[in-house]
Design a protein around this ligand. Sequence first.
Ligand code: HEM
Ligand code: HEM
Length: 297
Amino acid sequence: MKLKNRLIVKKCIDDLSPNIEVLSPLFYKALFHLDIQLKTIFSGNVVFLNRKFANMLATLKNVKHLENISDSISKMGQRHILQYEAEIKHFPIMKQALLIALKEFLGKDYNNDLEEAWSSVFDEVAYIMVQAMRSTDNNSQQIIKKNKIIAHDPDILSKIGGKDVVFKVHQRFYDVIFNEPWLETFFLGKSKEALIKKQTQFMVAAFNGPNNYKGDTPAFVHMHLFITDEMADLRERILKAAIIAEGLSESIADQWLNVEHSFRAAIVKNSVDECVLKCQGQVPIIAKKPDNYKPEF
Ligand code: HEM
Ligand code: HEM
């Protein structure tokens, strides 16, 4: 039954993905109706809110083998309490808002089996997150890098020049990254073309454009990669150079980086112990800084 429910939810999210920007406002309308206080946690404009909603759905879609990724879900629970100001009492409200939005969106296609599937999958994931939140010391010195609320421009994609420009920037970006003496370690054996395509789909969706990204959330994709703040800074400098080289302005480059920057909390790790492995036999990927390394960027 568990697996059946998980597969129903996955299929439903795959079908919903192209309409995420229709479903997302229905969700927030229901959420704020149930608890207006949540507006302080879910602040920011529509770009920001749609992205948060899409992230949550992407996680629920991923649960076919929930048991294998439960460590990663626990870490996500910790980030929720330490960095996003989420509280345990918010989970039932969020679930209710999700069910209301789905019902409104799906109309006659909404039925008891679907409701049961969504409800049980949400509970399964929430249970792991909440357990981790309970055992996390709220006052700990561990992280507390509160996400800055950044007002993302809803028209950023058209100011950039559309998805073709995003694609070209990523071509430049990955050409550099795949040859960057330090960061290239992460990309050995990876397909540059596939990454350019996926990164473009991902960012177009993050810029409030059409959502054609079918991959996992940033936290999952990078969970076994020991990525430090220093590496993420370097990556941002390389990206900025690629944006400028494509002829975009400094101000657009900074806005692009602001959107990118908001994914950092889910990717950057303070120690190798924070890496989470998806399956037995997998090892964390650690990129040692080359001797006498002098970054070009
Ligand atoms: C089953 C329930 C939930 C799931 C699967 C979920 C999933 C996610 C994911 C994947 C992210 C992206 C960042 C990351 O990976 O760390 C995220 C971010 C966030 N979530 Fe949740 N979440 C859930 C419940 C909640 C609840 C109950 C709240 C609080 C009311 C909340 C508030 C937030 C906030 C504020 C962010 C910040 C994102 C940002 O600033 O970019 N989430 N969530
Ligand atoms: C220094 C920082 C980063 C490094 C070293 C890094 C490295 C990687 C690597 C190695 C992959 C391929 C994973 C695989 O195929 O198993 C990947 C995929 C990806 N990364 Fe990053 N990443 C970084 C930061 C980011 C950031 C900030 C974002 C979001 C804005 C991001 C978004 C993505 C996406 C969307 C994919 C494709 C996922 C898929 O295959 O579906 N990465 N990254």
